[in-house]
Design a protein around this ligand. Structure first.
Ligand code: MN
Ligand code: MN
Length: 467
């Protein structure tokens, strides 16, 4: 028999916040959609591990859906779909709305922490062919030892031929590895502080062991490595200086848990938001305002550089857009009235390390897309702090579409911090906030999300574009 609720209980229900797992809110049909969406995402992220691969796949999807290269157009109108490729490392794409004078923009980043090859990387030591690396982004360096790695990127020969390199993704292809020190001899190493347990200059990978059988050659294993690269790709040692070669974990995206509710993969920060916002953009039909998807590089090193969000790529795209739509409107006017979402991941509550979070202001796996008013560190430095007005507007969208969502901060005050591209969007005067799934093991070779949150993020991005 159901007990009758007291007046205070009823009142409490009205004004208290009690976010439940979004898994409980899905019916069977919705659950099916959540898992189906995760399958598509798994395929995408498995082939999009570097910024160049990710952008190539984004562009492939855009073209398949009828988006046209902005550089080949002279005029665009409501209903048209356009994109701008920025040096194969960033893309801006738009579905022109009925009202062309306002953008609903979602920005995400395509780069993830990794190991880049040094300009002159090949050497020989102790009978092994080795390659030197320089880590990119915020990594715990000790994650990268004993982890099978794949190599991707581009290089140029002296004759100017562009060579694409990709080794280690297929089962029958070789991988690369940084061997850690055995515990038996690690007494001194274990006394080092964690950031120095593995140091930057110790991130050298194994690439060969067979020496050339020729006494006239000095470094016989290095010879083997260079010969392989020359015969396979036409590359000589100096060509590495004209290359962007990146090592990423060779692992495949995988389901996690008895119930397969979780998904682990490398590079989910921030390719999970890239995929969810791209899918949302591709499914738009005749939106009210122009929907813009922005996929940028270099977020992990502060968004600097010619393909990062701190550059003028958004402004340049807005300029092209205003010219092509023949709007009598300045770029500044367009950007200032627009709304933006910085689609990026945040930290989820990790049961093994709960003390870094304020439990009532943290995100939890499975409780929906995380909406964050601000990020940054210390006294809210290096972030964009969204206005109450904009938060209320976004909550309105979430409520209207019945989308599971939660809110909180990255972690406890003064314990650390992290930035996103939000402040590089809001600098134009547009509204902005951060929204994306929360994640465990962020910046590690194998990050974990809840499939429910990925789906909620996608639903939110779609609803936002449609506003
Ligand atoms: Mn990120
Ligand atoms: Mn990151």
């Amino acid at each position: 028999m159901e007990e009758k609720k007291s007046p205070n209980e009823k009142l409490q229900e009205k004004f208290s916040l009690d976010k439940k797992s979004s898994w409980l809110s899905f019916d069977a049909a919705e659950k099916k959609k959540v898992f189906a969406f995760a399958e598509g995402y798994k395929k995408f992220i498995g082939i999009s591990k570097t910024e160049r691969l990710c952008i190539a796949n984004v562009i492939k999807e855009l073209i398949k859906d009828g988006f046209k290269d902005i550089d080949k157009l002279t005029k665009v109108d409501s209903g048209d779909k356009i994109y701008k490729n920025v040096k194969d490392k960033a893309v801006l794409a738009a579905v022109i709305g009925r009202n062309m004078k306002k953008w609903q923009l979602i920005g995400s980043h395509v780069d993830s922490p990794r190991l880049d090859l040094k300009p002159l990387p090949v050497y020989e030591d102790s009978g092994l062919g080795m390659i030197k690396t320089h880590y990119y982004g915020g990594v715990k360096k000790y994650h990268w030892v004993n982890t099978p790695l794949a190599l991707h990127g581009v290089a140029f020969t002296k004759e100017g031929k562009k060579v694409f390199v990709s080794i280690g993704e297929k089962d029958d292809e070789p991988k690369f590895i940084i061997p850690d020190l055995l515990p038996h001899l690690a007494k001194n190493q274990m006394e080092r502080k964690a950031p120095k347990i593995v140091e930057g200059e110790e991130l050298n990978i194994l690439v060969a062991n067979i020496p050339v059988d020729d006494d006239k050659i000095k470094e016989q294993v290095k010879f083997t490595v260079l010969k392989y690269l020359y015969e396979t790709y036409g590359l000589i040692e100096e060509d590495f200086a004209c290359a962007e070669l990146e090592l990423v974990p060779a692992n495949r995206p995988m389901d996690i848990g008895f119930d397969k509710s979780l998904l682990a993969a490398y590079g989910q920060d921030d390719k999970v938001c890239v995929y969810a916002s791209l899918k949302a953009l591709l499914e738009l039909k005749n939106p009210k305002n122009t929907a813009v998807g922005m996929f940028v590089d270099k977020e992990e090193i502060g968004s600097m550089g010619d393909t990062g969000a701190a550059s003028l790529i958004l402004q340049n795209f807005a300029h092209d857009y205003v010219c092509l739509t023949r709007l009598s409107l300045g770029v500044n006017q367009l950007l200032e009235v627009s709304n933006a979402v910085s689609a990026d991941v945040t930290a989820g509550m990790n049961p093994n390390y709960k003390d870094v979070h304020d439990s009532s202001n943290a995100s939890y796996l499975g409780k929906g897309v995380s909406i964050e008013k601000y990020g940054g560190g210390g006294g809210k430095y290096s972030t964009h702090d969204a206005s109450a007005e904009y938060m209320a507007y976004i909550r309105g969208i979430l409520d209207k579409e019945k989308i599971s969502w939660q809110t909180g901060e990255l972690g406890k005050i003064d314990i650390g911090g992290g930035g996103t591209i939000a402040m590089f969007l809001s600098k134009y005067g547009m509204n902005c906030l951060d929204a994306g799934p929360c994640i465990l093991g962020m910046h590690s070779p194998c990050e974990v999300v809840s499939k429910a949150d990925v789906y909620s993020a996608y639903l939110f991005y779609k609803a936002f574009f449609n506003e």
